[in-house]
Design a protein around this ligand. Sequence first.
Ligand SMILES: *Cc1c(COP(=O)(O)O)cnc(C)c1O
Length: 356
Amino acid sequence: PNRIINQTNGITPRRWLYSCNPALRGLINDTIGTKWHTDLEQLQDLNAHIDDAGFQEAFRAAKSANKNRMAAWLKDRNGVTLDTSAMFDIQIKRIHEYKRQHMNILETIALWNEIRDNPTADWTPRVKVFGGKAAPGYALAKLIIHLINDVAATINNDPVTRDKLQIVYPENYNVSMAEILIPASDLSEQISTAGKEASGTGNMKLSLNGSPTIGTLDGANVEIRDHVGHDNFFLFGLTAAEADAQRADHGYARRAIEASPRLSRVLGQIAAGVFSGGDRYRYSDILHNLYENDYFLVSCDFDNYFAKQREVDAVYSDVTRWTRMAAANTAGMGWFSSDRTISGYAQDIWNAHSVT
Ligand SMILES: *Cc1c(COP(=O)(O)O)cnc(C)c1O
């Protein structure tokens, strides 16, 4: 007792705000001064400004500049044109079943279906961005990458939905790419199965840069939500305890799929070869995994995730409310500086004393 302790991870604010986001850096300097460069908790002082119309407009201008910067980078790199007026919805991290990039692409297919069913409704346009590598021997992760790219090829060429939904997967995700994508993000996808993510740091980088999270109660999401305010975080999904209980209930995945017309339709389309030029077998391993061996509970969280995404759509279309949420994320993230983590190690673990 009392010998096993924890220091919550942090991120360096010099790389993940000051250096990568000059537009937001300038606005913060002009609003609260420069002490935050070495004392990130000073960002709390932004809370006094988040309802100010002038500050809000400047905050949106910074985000817009970053989205234009990312769009120019992608145009130059891959020849792809992005709609910068759409929500940039970003999931960037190593590919793993527990991180559930496949749940995100299944939700994207479901959204595509519903836009096609009702193309004149008031949809909130989105650009869905995926980035991340698979480990060399992780066949299912590579198949998930293939699926995302196949779905992108189909959906991006659909004239009915083209101006409302776009998918991009820039290859070779690394820190240099992260420094361009993170400042441009509107929505941070942190959707791992509860109980599986030790911490996460991508979640911290995105929230710090004014990108609210849609996420589960997993890893540091729990503490991020407490620091930025529960109203400024889109929470969904099973808790870790509920996930364990679900796994004990044999046959849960097939039952959840059969109970969800939306998910059944999507899986039926994949099985019919809609995204693989009629090849009905390309994604058999993913489908088999979801029906028979869904340890990461995609089937159980899918409907709640879809519903929460539609709530995100509604809030995003209320520009003032969204800007307030995004700015509250930046203002609330000071505690996640790695300066705090490292001084915690120095004091509580290393018994090392600062020379300054
Ligand atoms: C921060 C970072 C990660 C970690 O991302 P998670 O979402 O926490 O898994 C991985 N790769 C790169 C390049 C990063 O910058």
